[in-house]
Design a protein around this ligand. Structure first.
Ligand code: CDP
Length: 256
């Protein structure tokens, strides 16, 4: 099997990156593995990888149409997509429209309280340190990103938030918060900041507008049940649920 011979570049909690078929590309493989609370909780969400592959593809494509550059090239199969090989900036950009999760705890604000305006937070991507929250000062002082890079990241983040809020609202979902990652892409001696990683119910909080039902990874984090169904419901509303339906969601397994 060709898959087993491919060079594995990086294995994360929910995805594996393999060497791509041509220089400057990688294959992003979506696993069913789920983790929460900095790896303390682990589990499997059957079919998640197949659905996140589709959901992230759909969102990245819509973003590219409005001029947000991303690492996405094309879907390869049920669990894999071809992406550009970028240098990941070790900063997680979190956007919050409504109080939830960590933010609710920190500010003792009830989950679901609307925020006066969208709030952007940064975390340093480092599992050993538990992804600590940082400011622009830390990011530039430690050289994780230059001030110009940060400007681009912030601009792309706000544009993405505006666009995705509308996109989800149109299918009856509230975009409570989400996390973005960016990378540096070199093209003919020029460097561009592009959106990388994934955008999916793993990295967004999505609530039903009418019922406030959670349709994202919080169902796994807090053992709310119907986890698989929540991911399927998001895919269904976006119109990207694989035609064969849930029976098809296991997809091919990666050869370790
Ligand atoms: O998820 P938790 O409550 O620990 O953290 P949060 O800071 O409230 O998360 C804000 C948003 O970013 C949620 O939609 C998370 O799913 C997402 N996030 C993520 O995808 N990856 C992380 N390492 C941290 C947050």
């Amino acid at each position: 099997m060709q898959r087993s011979r491919r060079r594995r570049i990086y294995e994360g909690k929910a995805k594996i990156l393999f060497e791509g078929p041509e220089p400057g590309t990688l294959v992003q493989y979506f696993k069913d593995d789920a983790t929460a609370f900095n790896n303390q909780k682990k589990g499997i969400i059957t079919g998640k990888g197949v659905l996140n592959n589709r959901i992230s593809e759909f969102i990245m494509e819509r973003l590219m149409e409005i001029g947000v550059p991303t690492h996405f090239v094309r879907r390869l199969n049920m669990r894999e997509q071809l992406v550009r090989d970028v240098e990941i900036i070790p900063v997680e950009v979190i956007v919050r429209n409504v109080a939830a999760g960590n933010f609710s705890k920190r500010f003792k604000m009830e989950e679901g309280s609307p925020l006066p305006r969208s709030i952007v937070e940064f975390c340093y991507k480092n599992d050993d340190l538990g992804d600590p929250m940082v400011t622009e000062e830390h990011i530039t002082a430690f050289g994780w990103a230059a001030p110009e890079d940060l400007d681009d990241m912030l601009h792309l983040t706000l544009r993405t938030n505006d666009f995705l809020r509308g996109l989800f609202r149109a299918i009856g979902l509230k975009l409570v918060d989400f996390k973005l990652e960016f990378g540096r892409l070199w093209e003919n001696e020029e460097m561009r900041i592009v959106l990388a990683d994934e955008i999916s119910p793993d990295s967004c909080r999505l609530w039903d507008i009418k019922t406030d039902e959670k349709l994202d990874k919080d169902r796994f984090r807090h053992d709310l049940g119907k986890v698989e169904e929540a991911y399927q419901e998001v895919a269904r509303r976006l119109g990207v649920l694989p035609a064969a339906g849930p029976m098809d969601l296991e997809g091919p397994r990666t050869v370790q």
